[in-house]
Design a binder for this molecule. Structure first.
Ligand SMILES: [Ca+2]
Ligand SMILES: [Ca+2]
Ligand SMILES: [Ca+2]
Ligand SMILES: [Ca+2]
Length: 627
């Protein structure tokens, strides 16, 4: 039996090779898609969903009236990074969610009220739990150090380097002389000695004193250059007014001069009652400060009973001829939240609308993505992926609970290398009755049945059709091949905008992430859907078609829209894709497509980019305007 099967398989393989050889002009090794060895389970994804967890310090009380905001960029926005996702923190000081990013993107940049951070998305950090970012590592609740040197346990190194968050610098400074340009200091014996709210700094005196210092024309405070008994601990303190619930942000620039090995620093917010009793010790540690100025930021929510707050910079210096330098102490707060949705006015994209808080984007704030289809499913196409080429850009609006309120999808049909009349839709997770309205669609062919809110009838999930005849979306009608043949007149693509508004804001855990589950309907035959490899059909797909012709979909194994060789009928790219000309297989237009596909997507993850040696330019369609 085994032998019989293997003989049959060999015969089948021989026939495949034979038939391939018959109608391919180039029978060389692996120059056709059918020659590729695609690993099972590979679905030709150029992007992936990365789970992200962000933990904020316990010094901040996140609740319904304070949610704050984070942003995730493709890179530092000051260096051209583009915004991917924004959101808020829950009552446990966490965000957990997903970002969809190019597989080729190796790091992201995260900004929060307590600092900014570059995070690697490598195989080392991207495990099942995804990327975990802990902004609370340097935070503590212990009182300032008043014991003899050596009695304190010192952590080895800080967890990561944070930079100044731009958002903490907007309010007016609540401390006086924050840049230490004025030589006006009071003195107190211990850090805990009472002093008034008077916009003035006080040096502690117990174990020597910090000193005012001219650092090349810029005045700072520093630990003593020569310590009494070779050790020093102490600081500089100022009292400010504060009230319960105020979110206070303290930042300071800190550096070391000389050997930093035995230099330690802390910044503190110490809320006090009306009679001076201490309510908490919120602090951020910065051990072995860098010789470069580094901004450290501490954010804390003032507890019940707060009447004032002590702003304290605390230092230990156990080395002669070395010092901790401190400058530019900025304290801001409380936040202003005009619409009461928990997001500060200056972080709220809709500061006067409590139903909306954040704009988020896909593929990112600036760039378009492309969906590219073969439309002969379940039969074999020619793998030029230009039967429909649709560019898209999503702008979605979330409320302060990270729920989808509304989205705008700009879309533009760039090519129709087909003779069939095809439609295009999206399947999103979630009950279609959560949606209030759908606008910006182009439906003329009467084979799509809609409910009153504009979603498709008889669907469990939310199915939204953008158009039912691709030719109508590119300023032409009829059965012409458009923008795939260099010798045929170019048609300038239009841009249209789909707008989907929710009546019940819905978590993106339920809706999924853009571009959701996009598909075409072939030749006005509603049951004939073509999805991305690995994506499920809608309720209205004709199940009798699965496994026919060369389709090898198998609902039992979750294999969808791939051949027995694992070839797809559609690809999704996080860029505006330069697609092949008519009847040229994609692997003859992109030199590294083959290696990418055969590696299961682990090498040449950026095969679609315009890098040196990546493209066969004459096999890629070039609009006349850019020739
Ligand atoms: Ca200064
Ligand atoms: Ca707000
Ligand atoms: Ca708002
Ligand atoms: Ca084709």
């Amino acid at each position: 039996m085994k032998t019989k099967i293997s003989i049959l398989l060999s015969l089948f393989a021989f026939l495949v090779v034979l038939s391939t050889g018959c109608h391919r002009s180039n029978p060389d090794n692996k120059t056709t898609m059918n020659d590729l060895n695609i690993p099972d389970g590979f679905t030709f994804e150029t992007t992936h969903e990365v789970p992200v967890t962000i933990k904020m310090p316990s010094t901040i009380n996140f609740n319904d009236s304070y949610r704050s905001r984070f942003n995730i960029y493709t890179a530092n926005p000051a260096e051209g990074g583009k915004l991917l996702l924004s959101g808020s923190f829950d009552n446990n000081n966490m965000f957990t969610g997903k970002i969809k990013v190019p597989v080729a993107l190796s790091e992201i940049y995260v900004t929060t009220i307590v600092g900014d951070l570059t995070v690697q998305i490598t195989t080392d950090t991207f495990k099942e739990d995804g990327v975990i970012i802990n902004f609370g590592d340097d935070y503590g609740l212990n009182p300032p150090d008043t014991t003899e040197p050596g009695g304190k346990s010192i952590a080895t190194e800080e967890a990561f380097t944070m930079h100044a968050p731009s958002t903490t610098r907007t309010g007016s400074n609540m401390v006086g002389n924050g840049d230490f340009e004025t030589n006006d200091f009071g003195s107190i014996y211990f850090w805990s000695t009472p002093h008034p709210v008077d916009n003035r700094w006080y040096f502690t005196q117990y174990q020597g004193s910090m000193e005012w210092y001219d650092d090349g024309g810029d005045h700072v405070v520093r630990t003593p250059w020569t310590e009494p008994g070779n050790y020093y601990y102490g600081g500089v303190s100022q009292m400010i007014d504060a009230n319960p619930g105020d979110v206070i942000t303290l930042s300071a620039d800190i550096k070391s001069v000389g050997s930093k090995n035995r230099l330690y620093s802390w910044i503190y917010l110490i809320p006090r009652t009306a009679n001076g009793s201490i309510l908490a010790y919120y602090n951020l540690t910065y051990y072995h400060p860098s010789s470069a100025w580094t901004t450290k930021t501490l954010v804390a929510t003032m507890p019940s009973g707060t009447a004032s707050c002590q702003v304290l910079v605390w230092t230990n210096d156990y080395t002669a001829n070395a010092a901790v330098y401190v400058d530019n102490v900025v304290v801001t707060g409380p936040i202003t939240d005009s619409d009461g949705d928990g997001v500060d006015d200056d972080l709220d994209d809709y500061p006067n609308d409590p139903s909306m808080a954040f704009n988020v984007y896909y593929p990112n704030e600036n760039d378009w993505g492309t969906l590219a289809y073969e439309d002969l499913w379940p039969g074999e196409g020619d793998y030029d992926f230009n039967d429909l080429v649709l560019d898209y850009h999503f702008k979605s609006i979330l409320n302060s609970s990270n729920q989808l309120v509304k989205y705008y999808m700009d879309y533009s049909t760039r090519a129709v290398g087909a003779s069939l009349i095809n439609g295009f839709g999206l399947m999103m997770g979630g009950d279609p009755t959560n949606i209030a309205s759908v606008t910006g669609t182009q439906l003329t062919e009467n084979y799509i049945s809609l409910t009153s809110n504009g979603t498709e009838n008889n669907q469990t999930n939310s199915v939204i059709f953008l158009f039912d005849n691709a030719f109508n979306t590119i300023g032409a009608s009829g059965s012409q091949f458009i923008n795939t043949k260099p010798d045929v007149a170019y048609v300038d693509p239009d841009t249209n905008q789909l707008v989907v508004t929710y009546s019940t804001p819905t978590s993106t855990d339920v809706t999924g992430t853009a571009p959701y589950n996009p598909f075409i309907v072939v030749d006005r035959d509603r049951g004939k859907e073509v999805h991305l490899a690995g994506e499920e059909p809608t309720d209205l797909a004709d199940n009798a078609l699965f496994g026919t012709w060369i389709d090898d979909s198998n609902p039992a194994t979750g294999k969808w829209y791939q051949t027995a060789n694992n070839l797809p009928w559609a690809i999704d790219l996080p860029v505006s894709f330069d697609y092949p000309v008519e009847q040229v297989e994609i692997l003859n237009a992109y030199n590294h497509f083959r290696e990418w596909a055969e590696s299961g997507g682990s090498v040449y993850t950026d095969w679609y980019e315009d890098n040196t040696g990546y493209r066969v330019q004459e096999n890629i369609y070039t609009p006349p305007a850019s020739k």
